[in-house]
Design a binder for this molecule. Structure first.
Ligand code: PMT
Length: 407
């Protein structure tokens, strides 16, 4: 079921007594980490209320093709593009006939015509209707178009008949929906990533900070999402847009970044510290703008900031913890020192003295430093590097967990 994490699913409900089971199906898909948007035909609303599905999915239910208010929110084409999977459960004989003939006479059929996502149908109808030659012809046509059929099951029916035509149970349908997706290397894992700089205020108009743009951390967040993880991105002030589907917590100072990193840390499997955190902050923040005086030299008093990644690594519920090392000389010596001093599992060392990599650039080159060896990864875009880093981190974290389990 981990394969459903972060997946965007349209659950279409058509008119049939099995529609009551769609409520449980919605709950199961949500519990497996999917974002569910329900689309109902008018007949479906005779069997179950949109309010129930809205409460369970946490999203407004879509019902009408020509509803100006709904179109202003998420229009039908936008909805069709949004979906990673369209699952129609129950799928009535009438709906299958309309879909087979290529009709677009309501929201659900129009969506099916417009989407590039896989479409799956869970037929539910009386056994005689299922056996009928027209239904079977429609099933053949739909299958030939690549539309998948989940079921129907065989057994006693609501009308008292026995035979093929029952909708599969919600647990089976949720599992079949999960099987439509490849398993990413971080499926079912929760990853926290810090990114960007921190800002340490001196007075209401000035702060201490650094040149981090957040590009490396944001690329890692995108790669982790693509690998199936739930991601919390804890970001200092940057101008980037957070990737879709991440929980982004915006912070300014190191102390705020620490609080957002430690919150729920017991649910975090992997922690990646890509942020450039200010090591020190002013001992006091002036209430008003500090005025220029007659002195030529001004003294600033600074106090050490908490070390975020070291705090995470020493936590009782310690996740697999990865730090970065941004150095301008003796890269590997300092990186190894950080690995040991901060008790990290892995350090990603980058040379920030080179303009074409490191702070603000679109590319980076790094060396992975762990207890036993160093692994260089050559210069490439931060996006591509992030994909490689996530694969490496996922592999090492899972090997690490297996070792722990052996004890
Ligand atoms: O954001 P970009 O412009 O894309 O640039 C990317 C980057 C250069 C910022 C990134 O690749 C990087 O190297 N990030 C870490 C920068 C840094 O602060 O390194 P450091 O060597 O000072 O810190 C070592 C590690 O401890 C880092 O993981 C850092 O996040 C963490 N740290 C440091 C201080 C502190 N108080 N708390 C921390 O968690």
């Amino acid at each position: 079921m981990h394969r459903l994490t972060n997946k965007q699913i349209i659950l279409g409900i058509t008119g049939g007594i099995a529609a009551y089971k769609s409520a449980e199906l919605t709950r199961l898909l949500k519990a497996a980490g999917a974002d569910v948007r329900v689309v109902m035909t008018s007949a479906a609303t005779e069997f179950i209320t949109p309010l129930t599905l809205q409460a369970l999915s946490g999203n407004p239910v879509h019902r009408h093709l020509l509803d100006t208010e709904a179109e202003a929110g998420m229009g039908h084409i936008e909805l069709a593009k949004w979906a990673d999977l369209v699952l129609i459960a129950p799928s009535s004989a009438n709906f299958m006939a309309r879909l087979a003939s290529g009709l677009g006479d309501d929201l659900l059929t129009t969506l099916c015509l417009a989407t590039d996502a896989p479409i799956c149908l869970a037929p539910a109808m009386n056994q005689a209707m299922w056996r009928d030659a027209s239904t079977q012809r429609n099933v053949e046509q739909l299958s030939a178009r690549g539309i998948r059929l989940f079921g129907p099951g065989v057994g006693e029916q609501a009308c008292g008949d026995t035979g093929a035509g029952r909708m599969l149970e919600p647990t089976e349908l949720a599992q079949l929906a999960a099987n439509c997706f490849h398993s990413g290397c971080l499926s079912g894992k929760t990853v926290f990533i810090t990114a960007g700089p921190t800002r340490e205020p001196l007075d209401p108009v000035r702060y201490l900070s650094n040149h981090s743009s957040g590009k490396m951390g944001y690329a890692l967040a995108q790669a982790a999402i693509d690998a199936g993880a739930r991601v919390r991105l804890i970001s200092g002030p940057v101008t980037l847009t957070p990737p879709a589907r991440v929980e982004c917590v915006q912070v300014e100072t190191a102390e705020q970044m620490l609080a957002a990193s430690i919150r729920d840390i017991e649910h975090c499997d992997i922690f990646i510290a890509a942020a450039a955190v200010a090591d020190y902050r002013p001992t006091a923040v002036a209430e008003h703008k500090i005025k220029k005086g007659s002195e030529e030299i001004m003294e600033l008093h600074l106090v050490k900031n908490p070390d975020i990644v070291a705090s995470v690594a020493s936590h009782t519920h310690r996740p697999y913890t990865v730090g970065f090392a941004a150095e301008t000389r003796d890269l590997l010596t300092y990186a190894r020192d950080k690995l040991e001093r901060k008790k990290l599992d892995l350090v990603i060392a980058n040379d920030v003295s080179r303009q074409e990599i490191g702070f603000g650039s679109d590319e980076n080159a790094v060396t992975l430093v762990c207890r036993n060896n160093d692994t260089p990864l050559p210069q490439t875009s931060k996006r591509q590097l992030a994909v490689k880093l996530i694969e490496e981190i996922a592999r090492r974290a899972s090997a690490d967990q297996e070792t722990v389990a052996d004890f």
